[in-house]
Design a protein around this ligand. Sequence first.
Ligand SMILES: [Zn+2]
Length: 315
Amino acid sequence: MDTTQFLKKTIDGVTQIEPALTPPSIATAQTGFVKKPKLGAGSSKTRKREIPEGLWTKCPSCESMIFDKELDENLKVCPKCQHHFPIGSRERVHSLVETCTFEEMDAQMTSVDILKFAAYKSKLDRDRKATTLKDAVITGVGKIGAHRVALGVMDFSFMGGSMGSVVGEKLTRLIERGTEGNWPVIIISTSGGARMQEGCISLMQMAKTSGALAYHAQRRLPYVSVLTNNSYGGVMASYAALGDLILAEPEAMIGFAGPRVIKDTTHAELPPGFQTSEFLLEHGLIDSIVPRKDLKERLVKYLDFFAAGSRYRAA
Ligand SMILES: [Zn+2]
């Protein structure tokens, strides 16, 4: 028998005798107990495959799985930890205005690739197809409570909400419409900044929108800017920061340049929570942090207040 054979081995001059079969180590030893199949073992992969994709979303903050329908009904806010997911501009408009009161403006306006920037046209086509939007903002006039307002809502899913000639032009026309109609302007921003593919033409939008807001302010009409997660760059350096009231969603990242760029430039440690809405509320840039589900109610309250003391009257 194999097990009765022995090998001779010399270690430090002393002859050792070892059995031909080394006993298995404890870690690999297969006892009857370990061999016993675990409950559900082997079937977890199959079970995973059975869940259709797109029905559940994992919350990046609390890691709980949320049923997509529940997430949609909760305006894309995690019901467990209140993490605010990005929300599309159409859903946002729908959540704010009274039913059937929103008249969209310039819905067909589209960007032109004037600089022949590499891959710009294909990126525009890709995002038009993916989002069914023409560009990164929806503008129009609608009613919020009893108030007719000029409302602009940006969408991060279209080229990172970047501000090119179309975003700037649509918002400028919106602000001018608000000025003509004696209406408040509300702009909900989310943006990575100016659209580099349109070069200085995108930078000119900063002056254009700010100028239109100055004329709006001359008429003593209210402008409310709402900042949502990722409000950066040229947008933050122009109309998003010019609100008579500046509101923000909880834990939104807001700034001009990103924290990494600032850290590399200044070689300084940035304070904890730098560029979050909570930090900016504490330091005076933001007037109030409003959770998404409370935004409509709060806007109505503020508009009631503005209407009571100015030439602007509720429609
Ligand atoms: Zn969560």
